[in-house]
Design a protein around this ligand. Structure first.
Ligand code: HEC
Length: 202
């Protein structure tokens, strides 16, 4: 009898100790022990801390591999016509331009660039403003510079894409549009009378 009650007492104490270990009050906010603090608390600099990324780049410099900033204002469309694509466009760039165009522009302008994407659908779609036809007509003659300008600032009902597409991506899209809508014009202009005619055409 005595032995049984001893066992019961020990068992009760053990349970009590066990429960108090877990229950340190309802609103206990004390963290547990940390055995390897440097795995929890990073020694790296915090992002945007004054010592690191809060610093501005040195004036007049551009990050390596970055396309130069675009200086034209929204109203400078005439100058924009003359701006050349700073990238050396490869086949892979055109492919990337196509991919981006189909994601960002095709929804309105149509993947065929005829201004009749699924959002417009000849006026039956949910988007009321008619997107420009980039395949034929006057807008198909836009230079890459002008296309870049429109993507950068937007145009009337069309918003700017500068926050969604970086400069390099916008240039790739411009090159892709040109590669589609003027396949014969570019080589012909280059072949015919290089200096004067191509400048006038652009
Ligand atoms: C939400 C629909 C929409 C999307 C997406 C869109 N556009 Fe447009 N875009 C328009 C509309 C609408 C116009 C016609 C604006 C006007 O004439 O008032 C237009 C006009 C244009 C023009 C002609 C501007 C001019 O000077 O007349 C170009 C070039 C153009 N878009 C290129 C693009 C490119 C490149 C993209 C992708 C980065 C794009 N658009 C994405 C709706 C869109």
């Amino acid at each position: 009898m005595k032995r049984t009650s001893n066992i019961l007492i020990v068992a009760a104490l053990a349970t009590g100790a066990f429960l108090t270990a877990c229950n340190r009050g309802e609103n206990n906010r004390k963290p547990g022990r940390i055995y390897m603090p440097d795995m929890y608390e990073s020694r790296a600099y915090e992002f945007y801390s004054a010592r690191l990324s809060g610093l501005k780049p040195v004036e007049g410099t551009v990050k390596r591999g970055e396309v130069l900033p675009y200086h034209l204002k929204e109203s400078d469309t005439a100058l924009a016509n003359l701006v050349k694509n700073p990238l050396t466009i490869t086949a892979a760039d055109l492919q990337e331009g196509e991919r981006l165009f189909n994601i960002y522009c095709g929804i309105c302008h149509g993947t065929a660039m005829d201004g009749n994407g699924p959002l417009y659908k000849g006026g039956d779609g949910p988007y009321p403003a008619a997107p420009a036809n980039l395949a034929t007509g006057p807008k198909a003659a836009y230079t890459e510079g002008r296309l870049f300008h429109v993507m950068t600032y937007g145009y009337n009902a069309m918003g700017s894409y500068a926050s969604q597409l970086d400069r390099e991506q916008r240039w790739k899209i411009a090159a892709y549009i040109k590669s589609k809508n003027a396949p014969s014009a570019a080589p012909a202009a280059a072949a015919a009378a290089p200096a004067k005619d191509s400048a006038a055409a652009k």
